[in-house]
Design a protein around this ligand. Structure first.
Ligand code: KG4
Ligand code: ZN
Length: 334
């Protein structure tokens, strides 16, 4: 089962060819960081324009590196939401065109399910049921994956996504874009206990996340102590990162124990964060919870995860027609 995956929901243009949804023959990811860095964040119009310019060469490269032709494919899987509408439309349109021209089965994939399926691209894929913590630039949510294609929402952020908080704090600290890796690097020289950022307390919905309080605390701290020395910047980065990691780890482990689902998947761009990977590994091990974390390159946006999520759907007979549309707020579960 040879499937081409196409991903263009945000600021990565990506294509990949997989065998049986498990073996990666090629995975090409063209980052747009250079386009958006001068603006300190993703500019949607520039993102869709860049997707349009490079999506065909990216797909051609993925096919070339896999050594296959479009005619050899058994199916095409494309992200149709959630994400930026203009960006999603580029991937959807190319995927529909290829499916039409080559007469191939097509399936639309939810980007968040794609992130979860990154965990199936390892030597140790998770068995259902499991909890999936999806932490990215646009989303922070905990899903109960009860069975293939059957998800329940356990908790989600009430305000910012974790990655968004990393990006905003990096901007406040003048570190650049994208913020996650830059905060992680700056934090290495800092003291995570230097500043006590308050953990968000929620009376109801204890499984939800919130990052705006920490972000506001950082903003006030930066204003009060300006200009910050390099040492201060490192301390703020380390303290912010520690507070964010604490919130993600606590909520996830508590939900796992409460629900009695002792298998967890950590995925999404923020899952590339070293201290988060280490802290969740330690905490889950302590409670006898099995943890699955994809390699860093599969945590951030890529198309291999889209082909991986699309393959079981194609095998189950799911088909999209030429009416497949971009859905910016597509939900994975209620
Ligand atoms: O999943 P992703 O590639 O795109 C979305 O679907 O949003 O996630 C991107 C997010 C960005 O906010 C980026 O700052 C964050 O993931 N990120 C990280 C790290 N690497 C990427 N956050 C913390 N630490 C990292 N090492
Ligand atoms: Zn993503």
């Amino acid at each position: 089962m040879l499937v081409l995956g196409i991903e263009s929901s945000c600021d990565e243009t990506a294509a990949a060819v997989l065998v049986d949804g498990r073996r990666i023959l090629s995975s090409v990811v063209a980052s747009q960081d250079d386009v958006h860095a001068p603006f300190g964040g993703v500019v949607p119009e520039l993102a869709s324009r860049r997707h349009l310019e490079i999506v065909v060469p990216v797909i051609e490269r993925a096919l070339g590196e896999a050594g296959v032709r479009a005619a050899d494919l058994d199916g095409i899987a494309v992200t149709h939401g959630p994400g930026l509408v203009g960006s999603l439309l580029v991937g959807c349109t190319v995927a529909k065109s290829m499916a039409y021209v080559h007469g191939k089965p097509l399936v639309g994939v939810n980007h968040l399910e794609g992130h979860i399926y990154a965990a199936f691209l390892t030597d140790d894929p998770p068995e259902h049921p499991f909890l999936a913590l999806v932490v990215s630039g646009g989303h922070t949510a905990l899903y109960h994956a009860r069975a293939p294609r059957d998800y329940a929402l356990v908790g989600q952020t009430r305000d910012d996504a974790a990655g968004e908080a990393f990006d905003k704090v990096a901007k406040l600290l003048g570190l650049g874009f994208p913020g996650g890796p830059l905060i992680q690097r700056a934090a290495e020289a800092g003291d995570p206990r230097a500043i006590a950022f308050p953990p968000a307390r929620m009376r109801d919905g204890a499984r939800d996340f919130s990052f705006s309080g920490i972000k506001t605390a950082v903003s006030l701290h930066v204003k009060r102590h300006a200009p910050l020395s390099a040492r201060d910047v490192a301390d703020v980065a380390a303290s912010f990162q520690a507070a964010t990691v604490r919130m993600l780890v606590r909520r996830t482990v508590t939900a796992s124990l409460d629900l009695g689902v002792k298998r967890v998947v950590l995925t999404g761009g923020v899952a590339a964060n070293g201290p988060l990977r280490t802290a969740l590994s330690a905490e889950t091990a302590e409670h006898g919870i099995r943890l699955h974390i994809p390699p860093r390159s599969l945590c951030t946006d890529n198309a291999a995860m889209i082909a991986a999520a699309g393959t079981p759907r194609l095998l189950a007979g799911e088909r999209a027609d030429l009416a497949l549309n971009a859905i910016p707020d597509l939900a994975l579960a209620a």
